[in-house]
Design a binder for this molecule. Structure first.
Ligand code: CUA
Length: 152
């Protein structure tokens, strides 16, 4: 008899569990497609500010915002030049698939998600040519997807 009670209890828990899953799935299905905070259509990146004009703009004393786009297989702007000692706030998005943004020898390393605005700040103290490379597999020419940041 005790076994039957336990089996009944188990079945009841299963029913509760499945209904919770069902309800959350339903609730997620109800989310409006525009509910995402700053998503944009990756195909419209080129016509969406600020990504319609990628480049460096000064926002303070030796402080810059670098608006960049990543795409198969490169970055814009290419071979950007920044003054030594500058703090750069990167604002970067992808026009197609997930790319990476890594500067070996620094702690700069982030994923660049399509249609998302990805932020990262770095101060370039030492002059030099910094390699920027993609560390997320993004297709046939992934290995060659890179640019440089020239600090002088
Ligand atoms: Cu872009 Cu790999």
């Amino acid at each position: 008899r005790l076994e039957k009670i336990w089996i009944g209890f188990g079945v009841a828990m299963l029913v509760v569990f499945l209904s919770v899953i069902g309800i959350s799935a339903f609730a997620m299905g109800m989310d409006p497609p525009t509910g995402h905070s700053h998503g944009m259509d990756p195909a419209k990146v080129d016509s969406t500010a600020p990504f319609d004009k990628p480049g460096l703009k000064q926002v303070g004393e030796n402080e810059y915002e670098a608006v960049m786009t990543a795409f198969a297989f490169g970055y814009a702007p290419d071979n950007m030049e920044i003054p030594a000692g500058a703090t750069v706030h990167f604002t970067i998005t992808s026009k197609d698939v997930i790319h990476g943004f890594q500067i070996p020898g620094t702690n700069v390393n982030m994923m660049v998600l399509p249609g998302e605005i990805n932020h990262l700040t770095h101060t370039f103290d030492k002059p030099g040519t910094y390699l920027v490379l993609c560390n997320e597999y993004c297709g046939g020419a992934h290995e060659w997807m890179k640019t440089t940041i020239i600090v002088k």
